[in-house]
Design a protein around this ligand. Structure first.
Ligand code: PMP
Length: 430
């Protein structure tokens, strides 16, 4: 039995399903998860000592790669002064100043420990500020696992919320209205039916949780207009895209102006840190200034803020985003060449350093486009990559990432592995 298998057996005895976050269990691709022991730059090593080029980036945070020297030094220096005080520290101010300076629509920002907390708090604030209860979210978008977000659409793109997890009370689920991503008409209809009841529209402005799905021209602008016209707030969930697709996220890239923005992943540089921020007038409603309650024992803790500051400082110039785009484009070219050599339904979608190779004819514009996606084939592809030393996410509905730590030789290794894996998939499909 390999060390990975042995650890998984032990884990299953004491941890539900053997993992602390479900998708890590390889449920949708089969097999035993690799237990990671070490990361260095663009490479990770599992408990059996196997090396992989890491294209998962821990689901997004590691834009600088593993153990970036500046991040490591900053965390060690912070630790030497104490790991938590439950009192304000200078580092929180320094990180908040950087966020407000970079993210165009953010005047004030509150730090949290996870993206889930940030999104959960953002909708509470929106509800408290507007005095309304309903939300609009998009099918296939993920905003963490708070009750109001675990809602799936029924058939069609317009529906009242139905909980997609037992434990979500129906009366709460009913307050979440859903529409298909990139379908402005569906949102228009929801506002026509419920205009004075909708507190907020929450959206991943470039969707990442059904794979990479960019907004169509006018979609986000249309949401902005509908929210403004109907007195609702627009919430951009930039937990993945913030500081990744551009210095100030999607809103910086496309010049947009949400009322509230949620951030996480890159912001914490690999430590548990997230945030929600936005318009001064809205955030005046948040405790202790206003009546909407939100809090956290470890919020803004010194280790996480040190990692966050060091990470943002390493992402200070436009050059790094040009480098990420160049690396993303290079890998895309390699993968498209491989795609052209096989007869499979495939579609590649990318924005900068985030991308998905879909096993379906594209383009993918929302969850409906994925009705015939071949997830089983993705599972084969995933394992074919893994055995060639390339770690992609263990699910078709996810992104893979290029980081600043990926050298051309690493990207070539990924490109070669993808080419061989696609040939393997094509022969098994025929
Ligand atoms: N929003 C988005 C867009 C996410 O991708 C995620 C996590 N993948 C979250 C929110 C939740 O963040 P966390 O896992 O840190 O709770």
């Amino acid at each position: 039995m390999s060390k990975n298998e042995e650890l998984f057996e032990r884990a299953k005895r004491v941890i539900p399903g053997g993992v602390n976050s479900p998708v890590r269990a390889f449920g949708s691709v089969g097999g035993t998860p690799a237990f990671m022991a070490e990361g260095r730059g663009a490479k990770i090593y599992d408990a059996d000592g196997s090396e992989y080029i890491d294209c998962m980036s821990s689901w997004g945070p590691l834009i600088l790669g593993h153990r970036h020297p500046a991040v490591e030094a900053a965390v060690q220096a912070a630790l030497a002064h104490g790991s938590t005080f439950g009192a304000p520290t200078a580092a929180e101010v320094e990180l908040a100043e950087r966020v407000c300076e970079r993210v165009p629509s953010v005047d004030l920002v509150r730090l949290t420990n996870s993206g889930t907390e940030a999104c959960m708090s953002a909708i509470r604030l929106a509800r408290g500020f507007t005095g309304r209860d309903r939300l609009v979210k998009f099918t296939g978008c993920y905003h963490g696992h708070a009750d109001s977000f675990l809602i799936q659409a029924g058939s069609g793109s317009l529906t009242f919320g139905v909980p997609s997890s037992p434990g979500v009370p129906s009366p709460l689920a009913e307050l979440t209205l859903t529409a298909a991503f990139n379908d402005l008409d569906a949102v228009r209809q929801l506002f026509a039916q419920h205009h004075s009841e909708i507190a907020a529209v929450i959206v991943e402005p470039i969707a990442g949780n059904m794979g990479a799905v960019p907004p169509e021209p006018g979609f986000l602008q249309g949401l902005r207009q509908l929210c403004t016209d109907n007195g609702a707030l627009l919430i951009f969930d930039e937990v993945i895209t913030g500081f990744r697709v551009a210095r100030g996220g999607v809103q910086d890239l496309y010049d947009l102006d949400p009322d509230i923005t949620t951030l996480g992943k890159v912001l914490g540089g690999g430590l548990p840190l997230a945030a929600f921020g936005g318009r001064r007038e809205v955030f005046a409603s948040l405790a202790p200034e206003g009546p909407v309650y939100q809090a956290g024992t470890l919020s803004g803790n010194p280790l996480a803020t040190a990692a966050g500051i060091a990470t943002l400082d390493a992402l200070g110039s436009a050059d790094v985003y040009a480098e990420l785009e160049a690396k993303g484009a290079y890998l895309e070219k390699r993968i498209r060449e491989a795609m052209a050599r096989v007869d499979l339904p495939l579609c590649y979608q990318r924005v900068g350093s985030l991308a998905t190779l879909f096993f379906v004819e594209g383009p993918v514009r929302n969850l409906d486009s994925l009705a015939t996606v071949q997830t089983e084939l993705y599972g084969k592809f995933f394992h074919a990559l893994l055995k060639r030393g390339v770690a992609f996410p263990p699910s078709q509905y996810e992104l893979f990432f290029v980081s600043l730590a990926h050298e051309e030789a690493d990207l070539d290794r990924v490109g070669d592995a993808v080419a061989e894996a696609l040939v393997e998939c094509a022969s098994s499909a025929s």
